[in-house]
Each structure stands twice: as structure tokens, then as C-alpha cells.
Write a protein that binds this ligand. Structure first.
Ligand code: GLU
Length: 292
């Protein structure tokens, strides 16, 4: 087997919170339980949403909690030439699209897993007259074709199947504001960093089939995937800045870590609460018992 490489890839839109800590912890535990490497990648490709200083704060928080990344930290904002090169390799698979968000919503094709409207394919055979290019989209295959249904074994959730033509339609790789889409950047980076295992929150489950499809077109290897449960607030919403997630309590790092471990279902001895070293030893060994 290839040497295990995992990663945590936060978008620096604010400080690490309970939800993102659980994703960080799961990817870290899986890497350490496999005696593998754990990389940190700052996904600041969505520059309009990036908050200056947030990435540095996140790195400090992870270190304060005892999670230390291997190798250098990479920043997506510095890697645009690579995303462009991958985009150029896609040739006829991509096409310019002149539709506005409203036009797509008005076509009532349904809502994709990420909350965006499913693209009805309006510009597939050429941009409509009088319109100018806004975004660039990737053509997805019809459900009935050989590549039409993507299947993968999720290490937490089991077998997942998704037909892209029904779940998202042709999806955006280059956005109307000129930035590269997360889907493209993540695929390029996971491959270049030799990531063998993606462990992340289940809120990203709906992106995985798109990423696997792109990996195929770019002839890149597909890592193994594990989507861990996301932490919800009392109203059942995913915890994020928008839903009122409070920043982590770093005055009591062990309590913070024990809370995150609990939401991953870890069973830890009382001694895990004594200090960071004991916590991580116990957590890694429980994770290894369950997942390695
Ligand atoms: N940057 C993404 C996020 O914070 C995660 C990307 C990934 O793990 O693939 O939601």
C-alpha cells in the first residue's frame, strides 16, 4: 500500500470552531493511527470569503491543541497556475456559460447537494446569442453512460452512488468572478500532495462524486474517502459561523478536545483528560481499534 497521507484543508473564513475541530481531529487521528503523514492546506481559493489572519489563527489553535502538521503548509491562493494547467487539460469537457444565477434558478431543475440549482445545460452546445461568458462548466456524462454513475466506498458511511447529471448537472470550474472553483483546486492539490485518504465532514459528501469524476478526466488517482458526522446545533443546523458556533475555548484545551472526541464516538479512559499527550495517545489508540 502507498504510504498513508492525510490532510486537513480548512477554508480560512473565521476561527476554528467546534464543527471544524471535529473534522481536523478525525483527519489527524486517522493519519496518526495509520502512522501516516498529516498535511495542512489552507483553502483560500475563494478570496472574497477569505478573512485575513484567519488561517494563521487556525494554525495556532491546532498547534495549541497538539495537532502538528507534517511538511509545509500550502496555500491555494498561491497555486493558481496549477489550477489553470489542469483546467486547460480538460479541453472539450469544459464550456463557457452565460447564464445568471437567477436564470438557472428559474429553470426549476431542482437543488443540488450543495444548495445551488442543478444546471439545466442551457449553454452546453454554445452560449446563447447576446450573452457573454460568465463561468466555465464541466460537462457531466448522462446517467445511462459508462461514467454516468459514480460509486465509492465511504469508510464511515459505506457505499455511495451518485449520478452527476441528476445531482448537480454540468458544474462550475471557473467562476463568474474569475476565481477557480473549490472542486478543481481540491482535486489538483490532493493529487499533487499524494493524499491517499481524505477524512472530512459529511457536509462535503455531496462534492465527492464531482471530485472523483474530475480525477478520472485528469488521470489522477482517487484517494479513499471517509465522511464523519458533522456537529449540529440545537436547531439541527450544521455548526458554522453563520449558525452561531462559538469559538473554541483554548483556556481549557482538554475539555475542548474531549468534547470533539465524544462527537466522533471515541471511548476514552479518564486518564485521557490529564494532559495533551495522554489525550492523543488514548484517542489514537481508540481510533486505530475502530478504523485501522
Ligand atoms: N475547504 C473545505 C472546507 O473547509 C474543505 C475541503 C476538503 O476537506 O475537501 O469546507
Amino acid at each position: 500500500m502507498m504510504h498513508y497521507t492525510g490532510r486537513f484543508a480548512p477554508s480560512p473564513t473565521g476561527p476554528l470552531h467546534t464543527g471544524s475541530l471535529v473534522a481536523a481531529m478525525a483527519s489527524y487521528l486517522d493519519a496518526r493511527a495509520h502512522h501516516g503523514r498529516w498535511l495542512l492546506r489552507i483553502e483560500d481559493i475563494d478570496e472574497p470569503r477569505t478573512v485575513s489572519g484567519a488561517a494563521e489563527t487556525m494554525c495556532d489553535t491546532l498547534a495549541a491543541l497538539g495537532m502538528h502538521a507534517d511538511g509545509e503548509v500550502i496555500w491555494q491562493s498561491q497555486r493558481k497556475a496549477r489550477y489553470e494547467a489542469a483546467f486547460n487539460q480538460l479541453g472539450e469537457n469544459v464550456y463557457p456559460c452565460g447564464c445568471s444565477r437567477k436564470e438557472i434558478a428559474d429553470s426549476h431543475t431542482g437543488i443540488a447537494s450543495d444548495g445551488a440549482a442543478i444546471y439545466p445545460g442551457t449553454c452546453r452546445h454554445g452560449i446563447a446569442e447576446g450573452k457573454t461568458t460568465r463561468a466555465w462548466r464541466l460537462r457531466v456524462p448522462p446517467t445511462m453512460s459508462a461514467a454516468g454513475v459514480i460509486t465509492f466506498e465511504d469508510r464511515w458511511l459505506g457505499r455511495i452512488t451518485e449520478a452527476l447529471s441528476e445531482s448537480t448537472g454540468d458544474f462550475v470550474l471557473k467562476r463568474a468572478d474569475g476565481f477557480w472553483a473549490y472542486q478543481l483546486a481540491v482535486v489538483v492539490d490532493d493529487a499533487e500532495q499524494g493524499v491517499t485518504d481524505v477524512v472530512r465532514g459529511a457536509d462535503l459528501l455531496g462534492s465527492t462524486a464531482r471530485q472523483i469524476y474530475l480525477q478520472g478526466l485528469l488521470r489522477l488517482p482517487t484517494p479513499r474517502y471517509m465522511h464523519v458526522p458533522v456537529v449540529n446545533n440545537a436547531a439541527g443546523e450544521k455548526l458554522s459561523k453563520q449558525t452561531g458556533a462559538t469559538p473554541l475555548n483554548l483556556d481549557r484545551p482538554l475539555e475542548t478536545l474531549m468534547g470533539a472526541a465524544m462527537s466522533l464516538g471515541l471511548v476514552l479512559p479518564a486518564t485521557a483528560g490529564t494532559d495533551l499527550t495522554s489525550f492523543w495517545e488514548a484517542a489514537i489508540s481508540d481510533w486505530a481499534r475502530r478504523f485501522v
